[in-house]
Design a protein around this ligand. Structure first.
Ligand code: NAD
Length: 267
């Protein structure tokens, strides 16, 4: 049966967190799979929660590649609405805990749907960004690339390619565009015996299929979220656990206990 553990904002634990931590400590190839929820406590709103970005910008209106081609100024309304927040955000304790776990040899890598660069800012080294990132601007017409600057986010005309005058687009993956790094992601997931899915509603394919892939090969799936998601009902089949609580408190708690358990086994 799926283990259920709740963690309050102040770190009170209800349930058997030690078993989950031991599972993490004993994994040979643990991978973290992260979504917008891990960065909410860094001040970046997610998409689907109440008050999230999707309640203001309809994704099929603003975040599709065809919208960008048809009316880049409309897509830039969305890029500008979130851009400053992305530039100013700092990693929170959940990002730092994953970096620490990798450094201590307990995490083989991170597959993230996020475009905010906060895992790298926290010191994580093996980060695969399936939906790209917000570091650069790219010209879909001629391939020119230049860094994203704060000035690009100020109100005004759509940033233009200096080479061909086409509309520039952040190097994020919009709906209808191919995702990034799929081969490397599959190489990382193939030996994965434990996947920690953190702060994702698991509704955007193909990323939403990764937990099922790991589970189908006999891997364990641990979910960390504020609430049950589309993933939760399958956790039983994947020998999994739901840790219900804010990522910035729950991730450090389980990571520190896993590192403590690993240390205890060595001594
Ligand atoms: P989502 O918005 O669909 O789901 C976010 C999930 O995180 C929800 O299930 C919510 O319950 C959970 N959550 C919210 N706050 C949390 C917290 N403090 N602790 C733990 N869980 C929390 O996000 P998604 O599944 O990542 O998919 C949406 C797409 O949006 C992604 O592809 C991503 O590229 C993009 N996005 C990225 C960012 C970012 O880079 N930070 C922000 C918004 C959207």
């Amino acid at each position: 049966m799926t283990q259920r553990v709740t963690v309050s904002a102040t770190g009170e634990v209800n349930g058997d967190l030690d078993t989950v931590a031991r599972n993490l400590a004993e994994a040979r190839h643990a991978v973290a799979f992260t979504g917008a929820g891990i960065s909410v406590e860094s001040g970046i709103p997610d998409f689907r929660s109440p008050g999230g970005l999707w309640t203001v910008f309809n994704p099929m209106e603003y975040a599709t590649y065809s919208c960008f081609v048809r009316s880049p100024e409309k897509s830039w309304d969305l890029f500008r609405a979130i851009g400053e927040t992305l530039l100013d955000a700092k990693p929170n304790p959940a990002h730092h805990a994953l970096a620490r776990l990798e450094e201590r040899g307990g995490l083989a890598g991170i597959v993230t749907q996020n475009i905010d660069g906060l895992h790298q800012a926290a010191g994580s080294r093996k980060v695969l960004e399936i939906h790209g990132n917000h570091d650069d601007l790219h010209c879909p017409r001629c391939g020119h690339v230049e860094p994203m600057l704060r000035s690009h986010l100020e109100p005004g005309p759509v940033p233009e390619c200096p080479a061909c005058e086409g509309a520039l687009k952040p190097t994020v993956v919009l709906f209808e565009e191919p995702v990034r790094d799929l081969d490397s992601i599959q190489d990382t997931l193939a030996p994965c015996d434990l996947l920690i899915a953190i702060g994702t509603s698991s509704e955007v394919a193909p990323a939403s299929l990764f937990p099922a892939q790991v589970g189908a090969r006999g891997g364990r799936v641990i979910e960390i979220n504020l609430e049950p998601t589309a993933l939760t009902m399958n956790l039983d089949a994947w020998d999994g656990a739901l840790l219900e609580g804010p990522a910035s408190v729950t991730v450090p708690l389980v990571v520190e206990r896993a590192l403590g358990a690993a240390e205890g086994e060595r001594s």
